[in-house]
Ligand binder design. Structure first.
Ligand SMILES: Nc1ncnc2c1ncn2[C@@H]1O[C@H](COP(=O)(O)OP(=O)(O)OP(=O)(O)O)[C@@H](O)[C@H]1O
Length: 394
Protein backbone atom coordinates (compact mmCIF):
# COMPACT_ATOMS: atom_id res chain seq x y z
CA UNK A 1 0.00 0.00 0.00
CA UNK A 2 2.82 2.37 0.98
CA UNK A 3 4.70 1.94 -2.32
CA UNK A 4 1.44 2.23 -4.26
CA UNK A 5 0.70 5.56 -2.55
CA UNK A 6 4.26 6.79 -3.22
CA UNK A 7 3.88 5.94 -6.89
CA UNK A 8 0.54 7.72 -7.03
CA UNK A 9 2.03 10.74 -5.30
CA UNK A 10 4.88 10.91 -7.81
CA UNK A 11 2.36 10.78 -10.64
CA UNK A 12 0.49 13.80 -9.32
CA UNK A 13 3.67 15.77 -8.60
CA UNK A 14 4.77 15.07 -12.18
CA UNK A 15 1.48 16.57 -13.37
CA UNK A 16 2.02 19.69 -11.25
CA UNK A 17 5.49 20.06 -12.73
CA UNK A 18 4.39 19.55 -16.32
CA UNK A 19 1.68 22.18 -15.93
CA UNK A 20 3.89 24.57 -13.94
CA UNK A 21 1.29 24.37 -11.20
CA UNK A 22 3.67 25.52 -8.49
CA UNK A 23 5.38 28.67 -7.21
CA UNK A 24 8.98 29.33 -8.17
CA UNK A 25 11.29 31.59 -6.19
CA UNK A 26 14.67 32.37 -7.68
CA UNK A 27 17.65 33.75 -5.81
CA UNK A 28 21.29 34.12 -6.88
CA UNK A 29 22.15 30.75 -5.46
CA UNK A 30 19.10 28.58 -5.86
CA UNK A 31 15.65 28.06 -7.27
CA UNK A 32 12.97 27.11 -4.77
CA UNK A 33 9.85 25.37 -5.97
CA UNK A 34 6.75 25.20 -3.81
CA UNK A 35 4.35 22.50 -4.96
CA UNK A 36 0.67 22.13 -4.02
CA UNK A 37 0.41 20.16 -0.77
CA UNK A 38 -0.95 16.62 -1.13
CA UNK A 39 -2.78 15.93 2.14
CA UNK A 40 -4.21 12.53 1.46
CA UNK A 41 -4.36 9.72 -1.06
CA UNK A 42 -7.24 7.37 -0.49
CA UNK A 43 -7.41 4.09 -2.36
CA UNK A 44 -10.91 2.62 -2.65
CA UNK A 45 -12.68 0.03 -4.76
CA UNK A 46 -12.57 1.10 -8.38
CA UNK A 47 -11.13 4.52 -7.57
CA UNK A 48 -8.50 6.54 -5.79
CA UNK A 49 -8.79 10.10 -4.54
CA UNK A 50 -6.20 12.79 -3.93
CA UNK A 51 -6.84 15.75 -1.67
CA UNK A 52 -4.49 18.68 -2.26
CA UNK A 53 -4.35 22.43 -1.67
CA UNK A 54 -2.56 25.02 -3.71
CA UNK A 55 -0.03 27.31 -1.95
CA UNK A 56 -0.91 30.91 -1.23
CA UNK A 57 0.08 32.90 -4.31
CA UNK A 58 -0.98 30.26 -6.82
CA UNK A 59 -4.32 30.91 -8.45
CA UNK A 60 -6.59 27.82 -7.97
CA UNK A 61 -8.22 28.69 -11.31
CA UNK A 62 -4.91 27.76 -12.99
CA UNK A 63 -5.38 24.19 -11.79
CA UNK A 64 -8.91 24.08 -13.19
CA UNK A 65 -7.80 25.53 -16.51
CA UNK A 66 -5.32 22.67 -16.90
CA UNK A 67 -7.84 19.90 -16.51
CA UNK A 68 -6.66 18.55 -19.88
CA UNK A 69 -3.30 17.86 -18.29
CA UNK A 70 -4.88 15.75 -15.55
CA UNK A 71 -6.75 13.87 -18.27
CA UNK A 72 -3.49 13.29 -20.14
CA UNK A 73 -1.87 11.86 -17.01
CA UNK A 74 -4.78 9.96 -15.41
CA UNK A 75 -7.08 9.20 -18.35
CA UNK A 76 -10.64 10.24 -19.17
CA UNK A 77 -12.28 8.82 -16.05
CA UNK A 78 -11.43 11.51 -13.56
CA UNK A 79 -13.26 14.17 -11.63
CA UNK A 80 -11.72 17.36 -10.24
CA UNK A 81 -13.74 19.13 -7.57
CA UNK A 82 -12.65 22.44 -6.09
CA UNK A 83 -13.57 23.99 -2.77
CA UNK A 84 -11.74 27.30 -2.54
CA UNK A 85 -8.01 26.33 -2.38
CA UNK A 86 -8.66 22.64 -1.82
CA UNK A 87 -9.09 20.12 -4.62
CA UNK A 88 -10.26 16.54 -4.70
CA UNK A 89 -9.03 14.65 -7.72
CA UNK A 90 -10.84 11.33 -8.14
CA UNK A 91 -9.47 8.80 -10.57
CA UNK A 92 -11.84 6.00 -11.49
CA UNK A 93 -10.21 2.76 -12.43
CA UNK A 94 -13.37 0.88 -13.41
CA UNK A 95 -15.56 2.04 -16.26
CA UNK A 96 -19.33 2.42 -16.32
CA UNK A 97 -20.89 -0.97 -17.02
CA UNK A 98 -22.78 -1.31 -20.32
CA UNK A 99 -25.54 -3.13 -18.53
CA UNK A 100 -26.54 -3.51 -14.94
CA UNK A 101 -29.09 -6.04 -13.79
CA UNK A 102 -31.43 -4.69 -11.10
CA UNK A 103 -30.60 -6.16 -7.71
CA UNK A 104 -32.21 -4.35 -4.78
CA UNK A 105 -29.92 -5.89 -2.17
CA UNK A 106 -26.90 -4.25 -3.78
CA UNK A 107 -28.35 -0.77 -3.38
CA UNK A 108 -29.36 -0.83 0.28
CA UNK A 109 -26.32 1.14 1.38
CA UNK A 110 -26.85 3.80 -1.30
CA UNK A 111 -30.55 4.08 -0.36
CA UNK A 112 -30.04 4.29 3.41
CA UNK A 113 -30.99 7.39 5.41
CA UNK A 114 -33.07 8.98 2.66
CA UNK A 115 -36.70 10.05 3.04
CA UNK A 116 -37.49 9.27 -0.60
CA UNK A 117 -34.52 7.46 -2.14
CA UNK A 118 -34.26 7.79 -5.89
CA UNK A 119 -32.07 5.04 -7.27
CA UNK A 120 -30.24 6.36 -10.33
CA UNK A 121 -27.74 3.72 -11.38
CA UNK A 122 -24.07 2.95 -11.41
CA UNK A 123 -21.34 5.39 -12.34
CA UNK A 124 -17.57 5.27 -12.23
CA UNK A 125 -17.61 5.71 -8.49
CA UNK A 126 -20.28 3.11 -7.63
CA UNK A 127 -24.05 3.18 -7.12
CA UNK A 128 -25.75 6.56 -7.07
CA UNK A 129 -28.98 7.42 -5.26
CA UNK A 130 -30.26 10.73 -3.90
CA UNK A 131 -33.09 11.97 -1.70
CA UNK A 132 -36.06 13.47 -3.57
CA UNK A 133 -36.89 15.47 -0.42
CA UNK A 134 -33.47 17.16 -0.54
CA UNK A 135 -33.53 17.60 -4.34
CA UNK A 136 -37.18 18.02 -5.21
CA UNK A 137 -38.85 17.19 -8.52
CA UNK A 138 -37.29 15.00 -11.18
CA UNK A 139 -37.47 15.08 -14.95
CA UNK A 140 -36.61 11.95 -16.96
CA UNK A 141 -36.24 12.61 -20.69
CA UNK A 142 -35.01 10.59 -23.64
CA UNK A 143 -35.96 9.52 -27.10
CA UNK A 144 -37.97 6.38 -27.76
CA UNK A 145 -36.08 3.24 -26.78
CA UNK A 146 -33.52 5.10 -24.68
CA UNK A 147 -34.58 3.49 -21.39
CA UNK A 148 -36.87 6.04 -19.67
CA UNK A 149 -39.72 3.67 -18.90
CA UNK A 150 -37.35 1.05 -17.55
CA UNK A 151 -35.81 3.68 -15.32
CA UNK A 152 -39.22 4.84 -14.08
CA UNK A 153 -40.10 1.23 -13.30
CA UNK A 154 -36.88 0.78 -11.35
CA UNK A 155 -37.24 4.12 -9.49
CA UNK A 156 -40.84 3.37 -8.46
CA UNK A 157 -40.15 -0.26 -7.52
CA UNK A 158 -37.21 0.82 -5.38
CA UNK A 159 -39.32 3.46 -3.61
CA UNK A 160 -42.06 0.92 -2.93
CA UNK A 161 -39.60 -1.62 -1.58
CA UNK A 162 -37.86 0.86 0.68
CA UNK A 163 -40.79 2.88 2.09
CA UNK A 164 -43.90 1.87 3.97
CA UNK A 165 -47.32 2.75 2.51
CA UNK A 166 -47.92 4.77 5.69
CA UNK A 167 -45.01 7.02 4.83
CA UNK A 168 -45.27 7.39 1.07
CA UNK A 169 -48.20 7.67 -1.33
CA UNK A 170 -47.80 7.42 -5.09
CA UNK A 171 -50.13 8.92 -7.70
CA UNK A 172 -49.33 7.70 -11.19
CA UNK A 173 -50.54 9.10 -14.50
CA UNK A 174 -50.03 7.41 -17.81
CA UNK A 175 -52.02 8.90 -20.64
CA UNK A 176 -50.34 6.62 -23.20
CA UNK A 177 -51.75 3.67 -21.26
CA UNK A 178 -48.60 1.70 -21.77
CA UNK A 179 -46.82 1.95 -18.42
CA UNK A 180 -47.69 1.44 -14.78
CA UNK A 181 -49.92 -1.66 -15.17
CA UNK A 182 -47.57 -3.42 -12.78
CA UNK A 183 -48.27 -0.79 -10.12
CA UNK A 184 -52.03 -1.16 -9.98
CA UNK A 185 -53.30 -2.27 -6.57
CA UNK A 186 -49.97 -1.78 -4.90
CA UNK A 187 -50.48 -0.58 -1.32
CA UNK A 188 -48.55 2.65 -1.81
CA UNK A 189 -50.28 3.54 -5.06
CA UNK A 190 -53.33 5.69 -4.49
CA UNK A 191 -54.30 6.06 -8.09
CA UNK A 192 -53.28 5.17 -11.63
CA UNK A 193 -54.81 7.66 -14.07
CA UNK A 194 -55.03 6.79 -17.73
CA UNK A 195 -57.21 9.64 -18.94
CA UNK A 196 -57.53 13.39 -18.49
CA UNK A 197 -60.68 13.41 -16.31
CA UNK A 198 -59.17 11.04 -13.74
CA UNK A 199 -55.91 13.00 -13.70
CA UNK A 200 -57.93 16.19 -13.29
CA UNK A 201 -59.56 14.73 -10.18
CA UNK A 202 -56.24 13.70 -8.71
CA UNK A 203 -54.64 17.09 -9.35
CA UNK A 204 -57.63 18.85 -7.84
CA UNK A 205 -57.28 16.63 -4.82
CA UNK A 206 -53.57 17.43 -4.59
CA UNK A 207 -54.27 21.18 -4.78
CA UNK A 208 -56.50 20.81 -1.73
CA UNK A 209 -53.92 18.64 -0.05
CA UNK A 210 -51.30 21.37 -0.55
CA UNK A 211 -53.67 23.83 1.07
CA UNK A 212 -54.36 21.50 4.00
CA UNK A 213 -50.70 20.81 4.52
CA UNK A 214 -49.89 24.53 4.43
CA UNK A 215 -52.51 25.10 7.15
CA UNK A 216 -51.07 22.27 9.22
CA UNK A 217 -47.56 23.75 9.02
CA UNK A 218 -48.97 27.13 10.07
CA UNK A 219 -50.76 25.57 13.05
CA UNK A 220 -47.67 23.67 14.10
CA UNK A 221 -45.39 26.63 13.34
CA UNK A 222 -43.10 24.49 11.22
CA UNK A 223 -41.62 25.13 7.79
CA UNK A 224 -41.26 21.62 6.45
CA UNK A 225 -43.49 18.59 6.67
CA UNK A 226 -40.53 16.41 7.69
CA UNK A 227 -40.07 18.62 10.78
CA UNK A 228 -43.46 17.58 12.15
CA UNK A 229 -43.65 14.97 14.92
CA UNK A 230 -44.07 11.50 13.42
CA UNK A 231 -47.62 11.11 14.71
CA UNK A 232 -48.78 14.30 12.99
CA UNK A 233 -46.78 13.87 9.80
CA UNK A 234 -48.77 13.14 6.67
CA UNK A 235 -47.26 10.73 4.15
CA UNK A 236 -44.88 12.08 1.54
CA UNK A 237 -46.58 12.20 -1.83
CA UNK A 238 -45.12 11.61 -5.27
CA UNK A 239 -47.08 12.52 -8.38
CA UNK A 240 -45.51 10.75 -11.33
CA UNK A 241 -46.65 11.68 -14.85
CA UNK A 242 -45.39 9.71 -17.81
CA UNK A 243 -45.15 11.71 -21.06
CA UNK A 244 -46.19 14.99 -19.48
CA UNK A 245 -46.05 16.67 -22.92
CA UNK A 246 -49.50 15.19 -23.57
CA UNK A 247 -50.80 17.73 -21.04
CA UNK A 248 -49.36 20.68 -22.92
CA UNK A 249 -52.76 21.97 -23.99
CA UNK A 250 -54.36 21.33 -20.60
CA UNK A 251 -53.52 24.72 -19.16
CA UNK A 252 -55.36 24.22 -15.87
CA UNK A 253 -53.70 20.89 -15.20
CA UNK A 254 -50.28 22.23 -16.10
CA UNK A 255 -50.92 25.11 -13.71
CA UNK A 256 -51.39 22.63 -10.85
CA UNK A 257 -48.28 20.72 -11.88
CA UNK A 258 -46.38 24.01 -11.80
CA UNK A 259 -47.89 24.86 -8.47
CA UNK A 260 -46.70 21.56 -6.98
CA UNK A 261 -43.24 22.25 -8.39
CA UNK A 262 -43.20 25.66 -6.67
CA UNK A 263 -44.53 24.89 -3.21
CA UNK A 264 -44.56 21.09 -2.97
CA UNK A 265 -41.14 20.70 -1.42
CA UNK A 266 -41.97 22.07 2.05
CA UNK A 267 -45.38 20.39 1.95
CA UNK A 268 -44.02 16.95 1.10
CA UNK A 269 -45.49 16.70 -2.40
CA UNK A 270 -43.05 15.86 -5.20
CA UNK A 271 -43.08 15.41 -8.94
CA UNK A 272 -41.49 12.84 -11.20
CA UNK A 273 -42.16 13.72 -14.84
CA UNK A 274 -41.05 12.01 -18.00
CA UNK A 275 -41.02 13.12 -21.63
CA UNK A 276 -39.50 11.95 -24.90
CA UNK A 277 -37.54 15.12 -25.47
CA UNK A 278 -36.97 18.45 -23.82
CA UNK A 279 -39.99 20.49 -24.88
CA UNK A 280 -39.33 24.22 -24.62
CA UNK A 281 -43.03 24.98 -24.15
CA UNK A 282 -43.51 22.57 -21.27
CA UNK A 283 -40.10 23.30 -19.82
CA UNK A 284 -40.80 26.98 -19.70
CA UNK A 285 -40.54 29.30 -16.73
CA UNK A 286 -41.29 27.98 -13.27
CA UNK A 287 -41.42 24.30 -14.07
CA UNK A 288 -38.02 24.45 -15.71
CA UNK A 289 -36.45 26.06 -12.66
CA UNK A 290 -38.19 23.83 -10.16
CA UNK A 291 -37.36 20.47 -11.67
CA UNK A 292 -34.01 20.48 -9.93
CA UNK A 293 -32.87 17.02 -11.02
CA UNK A 294 -32.74 15.79 -14.62
CA UNK A 295 -31.98 12.42 -16.10
CA UNK A 296 -31.14 12.82 -19.77
CA UNK A 297 -31.24 9.51 -21.65
CA UNK A 298 -30.31 9.44 -25.36
CA UNK A 299 -31.57 12.56 -27.15
CA UNK A 300 -31.83 13.00 -30.91
CA UNK A 301 -30.11 16.39 -30.98
CA UNK A 302 -28.18 18.89 -28.94
CA UNK A 303 -30.96 21.48 -28.84
CA UNK A 304 -33.28 19.10 -27.02
CA UNK A 305 -30.64 17.78 -24.68
CA UNK A 306 -29.83 21.36 -23.67
CA UNK A 307 -33.53 22.05 -23.03
CA UNK A 308 -33.59 18.95 -20.82
CA UNK A 309 -30.55 20.35 -19.03
CA UNK A 310 -28.25 17.46 -19.90
CA UNK A 311 -26.02 18.71 -22.74
CA UNK A 312 -24.13 15.79 -24.28
CA UNK A 313 -27.08 13.38 -23.99
CA UNK A 314 -27.29 13.52 -27.80
CA UNK A 315 -23.94 11.72 -27.93
CA UNK A 316 -25.17 8.68 -26.02
CA UNK A 317 -25.02 5.67 -28.31
CA UNK A 318 -28.10 3.78 -29.49
CA UNK A 319 -26.13 0.68 -28.49
CA UNK A 320 -26.30 1.50 -24.79
CA UNK A 321 -29.93 1.82 -23.72
CA UNK A 322 -30.12 2.74 -20.05
CA UNK A 323 -27.12 5.07 -20.32
CA UNK A 324 -27.89 8.63 -19.18
CA UNK A 325 -26.55 11.88 -17.82
CA UNK A 326 -27.68 12.79 -14.33
CA UNK A 327 -27.83 16.50 -13.61
CA UNK A 328 -27.81 16.82 -9.86
CA UNK A 329 -25.12 19.14 -8.50
CA UNK A 330 -23.14 18.45 -11.65
CA UNK A 331 -23.45 16.24 -14.73
CA UNK A 332 -22.56 12.58 -14.17
CA UNK A 333 -22.76 9.71 -16.62
CA UNK A 334 -24.52 6.62 -15.26
CA UNK A 335 -25.97 3.30 -16.33
CA UNK A 336 -29.48 2.65 -15.05
CA UNK A 337 -30.40 -0.72 -13.54
CA UNK A 338 -32.22 -2.98 -15.97
CA UNK A 339 -35.46 -4.14 -14.38
CA UNK A 340 -37.60 -6.21 -16.69
CA UNK A 341 -41.36 -6.01 -16.34
CA UNK A 342 -41.77 -9.61 -15.16
CA UNK A 343 -39.11 -9.19 -12.54
CA UNK A 344 -40.75 -5.95 -11.37
CA UNK A 345 -44.09 -7.75 -11.03
CA UNK A 346 -42.38 -10.42 -8.96
CA UNK A 347 -40.73 -7.85 -6.68
CA UNK A 348 -43.99 -5.97 -6.26
CA UNK A 349 -46.09 -9.03 -5.42
CA UNK A 350 -45.74 -8.68 -1.64
CA UNK A 351 -47.16 -5.15 -1.87
CA UNK A 352 -50.28 -6.03 -3.82
CA UNK A 353 -53.49 -5.40 -1.95
CA UNK A 354 -56.64 -7.38 -2.76
CA UNK A 355 -57.13 -7.51 -6.49
CA UNK A 356 -59.79 -4.88 -6.99
CA UNK A 357 -61.50 -3.84 -10.16
CA UNK A 358 -59.11 -1.45 -11.92
CA UNK A 359 -61.78 1.20 -12.42
CA UNK A 360 -62.32 1.85 -8.73
CA UNK A 361 -58.58 2.42 -8.23
CA UNK A 362 -58.09 4.54 -11.28
CA UNK A 363 -61.12 6.74 -11.04
CA UNK A 364 -60.44 8.67 -7.88
CA UNK A 365 -57.83 9.78 -5.42
CA UNK A 366 -58.26 8.53 -1.87
CA UNK A 367 -61.12 10.21 -0.10
CA UNK A 368 -59.10 11.87 2.61
CA UNK A 369 -61.31 14.58 3.96
CA UNK A 370 -58.78 15.64 6.55
CA UNK A 371 -55.05 15.59 6.75
CA UNK A 372 -53.93 12.09 7.43
CA UNK A 373 -52.82 11.64 10.99
CA UNK A 374 -50.97 8.61 12.25
CA UNK A 375 -54.29 6.81 12.46
CA UNK A 376 -55.61 7.87 9.09
CA UNK A 377 -52.33 7.84 7.19
CA UNK A 378 -53.15 4.65 5.34
CA UNK A 379 -55.34 5.37 2.35
CA UNK A 380 -58.84 4.07 2.99
CA UNK A 381 -59.54 0.67 1.52
CA UNK A 382 -61.37 0.60 -1.77
CA UNK A 383 -64.68 -0.52 -0.26
CA UNK A 384 -64.80 2.82 1.55
CA UNK A 385 -64.75 4.65 -1.76
CA UNK A 386 -68.40 4.04 -2.31
CA UNK A 387 -69.21 5.43 1.15
CA UNK A 388 -67.21 8.63 0.81
CA UNK A 389 -67.52 9.21 -2.89
CA UNK A 390 -65.19 11.45 -4.83
CA UNK A 391 -64.09 14.67 -3.23
CA UNK A 392 -64.06 16.81 -6.33
CA UNK A 393 -66.53 19.39 -5.30
CA UNK A 394 -65.96 19.46 -1.63
N1 LIG B 1 -30.99 -0.06 -18.11
C1 LIG B 1 -31.05 -0.78 -19.21
N2 LIG B 1 -30.08 -1.68 -19.49
C2 LIG B 1 -30.12 -2.42 -20.63
N3 LIG B 1 -31.09 -2.33 -21.55
C3 LIG B 1 -32.09 -1.47 -21.33
C4 LIG B 1 -32.11 -0.64 -20.16
N4 LIG B 1 -33.21 0.12 -20.22
C5 LIG B 1 -33.84 -0.18 -21.35
N5 LIG B 1 -33.18 -1.15 -22.02
C6 LIG B 1 -33.55 -1.75 -23.33
O1 LIG B 1 -34.12 -0.74 -24.15
C7 LIG B 1 -35.46 -1.06 -24.49
C8 LIG B 1 -36.31 0.19 -24.45
O2 LIG B 1 -36.38 0.66 -23.13
P1 LIG B 1 -37.60 1.55 -22.63
O3 LIG B 1 -38.90 0.96 -23.03
O4 LIG B 1 -37.38 1.79 -21.19
O5 LIG B 1 -37.35 2.87 -23.48
P2 LIG B 1 -38.21 4.21 -23.53
O6 LIG B 1 -37.23 5.32 -23.58
O7 LIG B 1 -39.18 4.25 -22.41
O8 LIG B 1 -38.98 4.11 -24.90
P3 LIG B 1 -40.48 4.63 -25.25
O9 LIG B 1 -40.48 6.10 -25.13
O10 LIG B 1 -40.66 4.16 -26.65
O11 LIG B 1 -41.40 3.96 -24.26
C9 LIG B 1 -35.88 -2.11 -23.45
O12 LIG B 1 -36.85 -2.98 -23.97
C10 LIG B 1 -34.59 -2.82 -23.16
O13 LIG B 1 -34.36 -3.82 -24.15
Amino acid sequence: MFTQKSQLKRKLVKTFRAGKLHLTYKSDKAVQIIMPKIHRIQIGEGRYDYVFTVPLGLNPADVESKLWLFHAQFGENIELIRDNKTFILSVFTSDIPNSLTYNYNNYEQALANKHLPILCGQGRGGYVAYDLVEHPHLLIAGTTGSGKSTQLRSVLTTLIKSKSPDDMHLYLADLKRSEFHAFKNIEHVQSVCTDIPSLERVLKYLEKELQRRGDLLDQQEQTHITDLPTAARPPLIIMCIDEVVLLKKEKKLMQTVENISSIGRALGVFLILSMQRGDAQVMDGKLKNNLTVRMGFRHTDGVNSRITGTPGAEQISRETPGRFLLKLDKLTELQSPYLELDKARELLKPFKSVDLPVESKTSAPPPQRQLPTAKTKQAPKQEELSIFGVLDDE
